[in-house]
Design a protein around this ligand. Structure first.
Ligand code: SF4
Length: 460
């Protein structure tokens, strides 16, 4: 099927990671600002079937070990295709590229991050044309409603920049189309299991008011995808009875999660980062991370290159968040979900948010409730927890009220004082691991462990 491609292509290569030392080149990724992948529906006469264009230098001409601005534009036509499908078809780029041996593709839309390995390059994988050929074959075989397809790769920085701006406006228009509908208006949500190759217990539950974690699939996209590809990774979920409207718990979602995660996850709160939070694969656009010292959430997005206010980079928190687990206080989210009225409503919504990078806060200015907007700090206001406390006090953030109330009542809040993926306890010759433990305590005392002095009869 993939004759003439100088690298193996198959499911077995999904999930392959390529380290910096092993990469020939990096396309997009955190070192460059402008990168994108985009699928556009076009009239058939505007497409040259099977064409692959490369605008700028090809892989063989790029300097080894460097990172480059990069764009992929896939143009498709088909009598049964509709614009609503663009986002879903676009998400398949991630899947198909990852079938190629020696190619790592991460993320989506304006966050793509691709590495080509030195090993595959040495075997002759020296042109983007090969990626185009594989993608065309897979798109046409797996989605026969695509009748014609052409692919353009951009490496020329100026052309990447132009196309990037256009891509941003197209993503925004897509997201805007999906706003307005509420979770109460529909009987069916959609599940996406596309990322199970990386996180086997993860399923995104896509509702009108909870956009997929990757920010690439809306409820409308889910509906269109489930219709055209009923055996594909996106499927309907009958939402069933609403168990808790504030936290967003539905019987149908719980049943589906249990079935799709092979029993690992049997309850899901759609609108909370505690208790039974929605799982996170690794493709989330941002992380809501709980800051126990101020009893509020910070948000950090993938493109934020400094340390967040808790002193951790995005990558470290991503490790604590990803993998299809339910980790209290580390919650993968999309930026579009932050525009939703349901955003983290089980934890207080924006009243529980204390810190957001300025870039994201500016982008969400029309969606963050006006009374709280000025009271949320950015990296310009606070880079440490002490700065943050001072800022929140000075701006009378709602969490400050909570501090005062808790001083008076002295009762534990719903949020635990300590959360951890695993807490080891050693006792009586056994090692006990508390998985995803939540610890509630009136007081936490942390003491250094002193080395034990040898007693009589013991050797040192
Ligand atoms: S992050 Fe979620 S919605 Fe996006 S591709 Fe992965 S599983 Fe699907």
């Amino acid at each position: 099927m993939f004759e003439g491609i100088p690298a193996d292509v198959g499911l077995v290569h999904e999930g392959e990671r390529i380290r910096r030392n092993d990469m020939q080149v990096e396309l997009g990724g955190p070192q460059v600002n402008e990168k994108f992948e985009l699928v556009r529906l076009k009239p058939p006469e505007d497409i040259e079937q099977g064409a692959i264009h490369i605008i700028g230098p090809d892989l063989a001409d790029l300097e080894e070990g460097k990172s480059y601005p990069f764009g992929i534009l896939v143009e498709i036509a088909g009598s049964e295709l509709e614009e609503n499908l663009e986002g879903v078809i676009e998400r398949r780029i991630h899947e198909y590229c990852n079938y190629i041996e020696g190619l790592m593709h991460l993320n989506q839309r304006y966050d793509i991050w691709i590495r080509i390995s030195k090993k595959s390059f040495k075997k002759g994988f020296t042109s983007l044309r090969y990626i185009g050929q594989v993608m065309q074959e897979l798109f046409k075989n797996e989605l026969p409603i695509i009748e014609t397809i052409q692919i353009t790769f951009f490496t020329d920085p100026e052309r990447v920049g132009e196309q990037y701006k256009e891509a941003l406006s197209i993503y925004e228009a897509r997201d805007a189309r999906a706003r307005g509908l509420t979770d109460e208006d529909v009987e069916v949500f959609y599940g996406c299991a596309l990322c199970q190759s990386f996180a086997p217990t993860h399923v995104c539950v896509v509702t009108p008011q909870r956009y997929a974690n990757c920010g690439a699939i809306s409820w409308f996209d889910g509906r269109a995808a489930a219709r055209i590809d009923p055996k594909g990774p996106i499927f309907p979920i009958e939402k069933g009875e609403c168990v808790d409207s504030l936290l967003g718990e539905y019987t149908g979602v719980n049943e589906s999660a249990k079935e799709r995660s092979m029993g690992e996850v049997d309850r899901v709160y759609l609108y909370s980062g505690f208790g039974y939070p929605h799982t996170s694969c690794g493709c989330f656009e941002g992380i809501a991370f709980y800051i126990p010292e101020v009893e509020g959430y910070g948000i950090v997005h993938r493109g934020f290159r400094d340390l967040a206010v808790n002193g951790l980079p995005f990558s470290t928190m991503a490790d604590s968040t990803a993998g299809g687990r339910q980790i209290d206080g580390f919650h993968g989210i999309s930026i579009e979900y932050m525009r939703s009225q349901k955003f983290m409503q089980g934890d207080g919504g924006y009243e529980a948010v204390v810190w957001i990078p300025k870039e994201i806060k500016d982008r969400l200015a029309d969606y963050i409730p006006a009374p709280i907007y000025e009271a949320i700090a950015t990296e310009d206001d606070a880079t440490t927890i002490d700065d943050l406390k001072a800022f929140l006090l000075a701006h009378n953030h709602p969490v400050v009220q909570r501090w005062a109330e808790e001083e008076e009542v002295k009762e534990p809040s719903r949020m635990p004082v300590l959360t951890a993926g695993e807490i080891p306890i050693t006792t009586g010759g056994f090692r006990i691991l508390l998985k995803n433990a939540r610890v509630y305590a009136d007081k936490v005392i942390i003491q250094p462990v002193q080395p034990k002095k040898p007693g009589r009869g013991e050797s040192s």
